[in-house]
Design a protein around this ligand. Sequence first.
Ligand code: PEP
Ligand code: MN
Length: 366
Amino acid sequence: MLLVLEPALEEKNIERVVRTLEELGIRAEIVRSSSQVVVFVHSDVRALPTHKFSQIDGVARVIRISSSCPLVTMNTESSIEVAGAKDVRVTIGGGAPPALIAGPCSVEGLEQILELARRVKTAGATMLRGGAFKPRTSPYEFAGLGAEALSYLKEARRLTGLPVVSEVMSCEQVELALESVDILQIGARNMYNYELLKEVGSTNKPILLKRGISATIDEYLHAIEYIMLAGNNQVILCERGIRTFEQRTRNTLDLSAVPLLKSLTGLPVVVDPSHATGKRSLVRPMSRAAIACGADGVMVEVHSTPDKSISDAEQAIDPAELQKIAMDVSHICKSLIAIDEAESGLSCAQPAEVRLVAAASSQSSG
Ligand code: PEP
Ligand code: MN
């Protein structure tokens, strides 16, 4: 059981909650984040009525844990609003049009990111991505321009209005990125970095949490729980491929994770076909597939001269290809809406074939 305490409760009152429980023979522990304090009840209290806990002074909410990720599975927040500059606001999830997050693997310089930001916006992107701090498998590879890149991203946001997504790999980098980044990205390699998850959980920024390279869905859910327990419910999930025996693609894109995660968490889920496949020619088909299975957006790596990208050149697409993906996204989205409308207009009593025929005809007439 979790007891969520009232906000800004004084220390002596927090301790009094635990003492009251102890007097009842119940073992409990205080779990703190910068924005929230909860009391985790270790003892088995299934036989005790909820009001015994809700009536304790200072307790705001009682959460009975039937899963090991109570906050994730109880979450009802389905859409997240992200602000850029120039009054730009982008809603992601909750049935909003899919987000198109695009930009280079790494920020390579001011001119590069300003030009790309303009070009991806023209091509239809709704947010700009760009790595300032790069996790690289080899320590000899380009690891990003760091804080300098953050100032370039800030300028790109100022000029285009596009909200900026960028990765942080340490608690110090979170502090540095807060001013320039609108969505803090936790990369696949750091999905298990629990101190980092707690740190971003204590900010008020939306978090884009990528699925770990070999993470099961349950491990992924627990990583989200860390962020939420620290007080931040604004989590966007990202399926970016998992490691399998397949060698022809960089990873294996697990698209079944998209509808599964959406139903388990209610959170927005985006797909990164660039890191999932590692191949430029596969980015567009897998973007189409992602939207068709219900993703709330795609995140793709784009470069003005893809072959010259300093990092991940093989998977970078150019702005012209991005524009095609933007058109695909819009067409597929319209088709899905038409199918849903046709389906809801038909009686549930009708056989499935009739509903499919109706859906197909409404699609061709629209
Ligand atoms: C990235 O998006 O820049 C990245 C490094 O991706 P991942 O963490 O999925 O490998
Ligand atoms: Mn990359």
